[in-house]
Design a protein around this ligand. Structure first.
Ligand SMILES: Cc1ncc(COP(=O)(O)O)c(C=O)c1O
Length: 380
């Protein structure tokens, strides 16, 4: 018998795995947007804002499409300096550094700051990019149960050598709950640890300037650095890290996802800049958005649905099994609502959900209609 060619063996392995996923209701396929957007992170509707698009187009017309190379080669443009200075001011920090994505930032910053002699304390529900960053750092990883600060304190008390860093999101991306960042900073200071706060789902939505919950809680000088993404409330893409000048200079020297990656293109730098300059005008929009999110949460909870600890624009409706979440999602999609089922391993086993997001452009009536349709569809 002729041996199976490696490429055929691979295809058979992959097809077997994909079929098993399908049977378990866990297969992912790509779906283009359709219906009323109740699942994107374009919280403020900036992704299709004509004024912002025009502003970015004007910068692209002047600066061009590409940066040409990494920042440490010829890719560093005056635009990067100007935008980073404004992003630093926006965050109330000395300096900022642009990245092509939040994933690149988190997975690069952690290994730049921590190594095998160090310890990273990580919330159990942290985003994959933080988890991968910790893995790449080869630091000792201590995962504490989600939001369990007693467990975090117990872990911090254990004698250790090297640097200690607590990594957490400020608004949890799949659960929509708000981290007790003040207590985390207190613990960090008591036990000699640094804090890295991922503000992906808070940027644009919290704080007087809009940089996030660290700003809103007056903690800017108490955390080592914050991560901000452009792909959510700011409507485009890219990301930045804000922190002390020394920390940013260190990243420029040691952060592999910065050093060995093409510089952020002018369109992304310009779109972050334009969105951040726009935020002060949209303060009322943000207030209304939080009020709409409360309206949706209250209606769903009054209808008897389990939203966990959600307190934000991220509203998970916990449904349990993956197939149930898929069926409820399909029913809502058929009624014109764009919702998606989030299933393991993205979320823990038995907690498959519809992850709704509330966005400023949504009408209150549509939110209530969606809540009631979901309640009917979720009835056992
Ligand atoms: C909490 C959190 N951190 C980081 C990221 C990664 O950001 P980006 O989409 O810019 O790679 C995401 C995006 O899904 C996120 O939700």
């Amino acid at each position: 018998m002729r041996p199976v060619k490696p490429i055929d063996a691979l295809r058979q392995d992959l097809e077997r795995d994909l079929q098993a996923r399908k049977t378990a209701g866990l297969l992912r396929t790509l779906q283009v947007p359709h219906g009323i957007d109740l699942c994107s992170s374009d919280y403020l509707g900036y992704a299709h804002d004509p004024e912002l698009s025009n502003e970015v187009a004007a910068v692209v017309a002047q600066e061009g499409l590409g940066s040409g190379s990494a920042r440490l080669l010829r890719g560093h443009l005056p635009l990067h300096d100007a935008v980073e200075a404004r992003l630093a001011t926006f965050c109330g920090r000395e300096a900022a550094l642009l990245f092509s994505s939040g994933f690149a930032a988190n997975s690069g910053v952690l290994p730049a700051l921590c190594g095998p002699d160090d310890t990273v304390f990580s919330d159990a529900l942290n985003h994959a990019s933080l988890i991968d960053g910790i893995r790449l750092s080869r630091a000792r990883r201590v995962v504490y149960p989600h939001a369990d600060l007693d467990a975090l304190e117990t872990a911090l008390k254990v004698p250790r050598t090297g640097r200690a860093l607590i990594a957490t999101e400020s608004v949890f991306s799949m659960d929509g709950d708000l981290t007790d960042l003040t207590s985390i900073c207190d613990l960090a200071e008591r036990y000699g640890a640094l804090c890295l706060v991922d503000e992906a789902h808070a940027t644009g939505l919290y704080g007087a300037r809009g940089s996030g919950r660290v700003e809103a809680l007056g903690l800017s000088q108490r955390v080592a650095c914050t991560l901000h993404t452009g792909g959510k409330a700011l409507g485009s893409g890219g990301a930045w890290i804000a922190g002390d000048r020394a920390l940013i200079a260190w990243l420029i020297n040691h952060c592999r996802s910065f050093v060995f990656s093409t510089a952020v293109v002018p369109a992304i730098a310009a779109s972050l800049d334009a969105a951040v300059r726009r935020l002060p005008r949209d303060a009322q929009l943000v207030t209304d958005l939080h009020e709409k999110a409360r309206l949706l949460r209250d209606r769903l909870r009054a209808n008897g649905l389990d939203l966990g600890q959600s307190q934000s624009c991220i509203v998970p409706v916990l449904l349990g099994e993956a197939k149930r979440a898929l069926a409820v999602a399909k029913s809502l999609q058929d009624q014109g609502f764009d919702v998606r089922a989030v299933r393991p391993p993205t979320v823990p086993e038995g907690t498959a959900r519809l992850r709704l997001t509330v966005r400023a452009p949504l009408a209150r009536a549509d939110l209530l209609r969606a809540a009631d349709a979901l309640t009917l569809a979720a009835r056992p």
